[in-house]
Design a protein around this ligand. Structure first.
Ligand code: ATP
Length: 255
């Protein structure tokens, strides 16, 4: 089992409930898209799956470990096996692209190797080059990250996770800053990575058509709950309309 959540509930420190009774599991190599309106709890769910947020209710198992019953070193080792593509990658602006990509394996390297790579000389230029070339960014290897466009930076974030080779690959709106052609290519790259490494891929996506094209299993979320968890072939127009019901009404009112 790659992960399993049972009756997970989470209330943010400001009192906002973000997850309620979430039960969800996936085996190694599965591919799930999480869809649903804004505020449904998709990002919060991904943060729980990344062992970044500890839910107040329910049980969490990730890569056969119980993260919140583990020692601090075991939790660090577990997190190094989970990779997240963030919507806006948390990359220091002055960092060079090569360093940002190699940071994907910092959690797996010894402290001297990690420090040497950060401060002295990139530890694995060919590895960074290979990951970037899969996103057509190899010519930006030595560019500073603050000279990149939002879409290029998002692709650097994807390259970093490809380089990390995690067992559980989480992607939170990974292609939101990309044009349709690049978005499609980037999702294909993530899917291929999952197939090549056996990683489980879980992505939240606002673009429903991309979710339906690239993911065999679709999880619909609304108001912190899972409202359906279905093979892509069984997702109907009616299910999608119900999922986004108030959002479309609000958009029409605003128009
Ligand atoms: N750090 C936080 N502190 C307080 N409340 C939060 C925090 N993060 C999210 N929330 C709230 O939790 C709920 C779920 O938010 P979340 O970001 O998980 O939804 P989402 O489905 O990812 O939304 P979007 O599609 O807009 O990114 C929302 O009501 C949101 O306001």
């Amino acid at each position: 089992m790659s992960f399993s959540l049972a009756a997970v509930g989470l209330v943010h420190p400001n009192g906002q409930r973000a997850l309620q009774g979430v039960t969800l599991a996936a085996g190694a190599g599965e591919r799930l898209a999480i869809i649903g309106p804004s505020g449904a709890g998709k990002t919060t769910l991904l943060r729980v799956l990344g062992a970044a947020l500890r839910p107040g209710e329910g049980t969490v198992r990730l890569l056969d470990e119980a993260p919140w019953q583990s020692s601090a070193p075991a939790l660090r080792r577990l997190r190094a096996r989970i990779g997240t593509v963030h919507q806006s990658p948390p990359i220091a602006p002055r960092l060079r692209v090569v360093t940002a990509v190699l940071a994907g394996r910092l959690g797996q390297w010894s402290l001297p190797r990690a420090l040497g790579s950060l401060l002295l000389r990139p530890a694995d230029l060919p590895g960074a080059h290979e990951a970037l070339s899969r996103l057509a960014l190899e010519d930006r290897l030595f560019e500073r990250c603050d000279r990149l466009s939002g879409g290029q930076l998002q692709r650097v974030g994807i390259a970093r996770v490809l380089y990390q080779r995690p067992a559980l690959l989480l992607a939170d709106e990974p292609v939101s800053a990309l044009d349709p052609t690049l978005a499609d290519a980037a999702l294909q790259t993530l899917v291929r990575q999952g197939e090549a490494t056996g990683a489980t891929l879980v992505a939240s996506l606002h673009a429903v058509e991309l979710a339906l094209r690239w993911f065999p299993r679709i999880v619909g979320m609304r108001e912190g709950r899972i409202v359906f968890d279905s093979p892509v072939g069984e997702v109907s127009e009616a299910m999608l309309s119900a999922l986004y019901a108030n959002e479309s009404a609000a958009r029409e009112r605003a128009a």
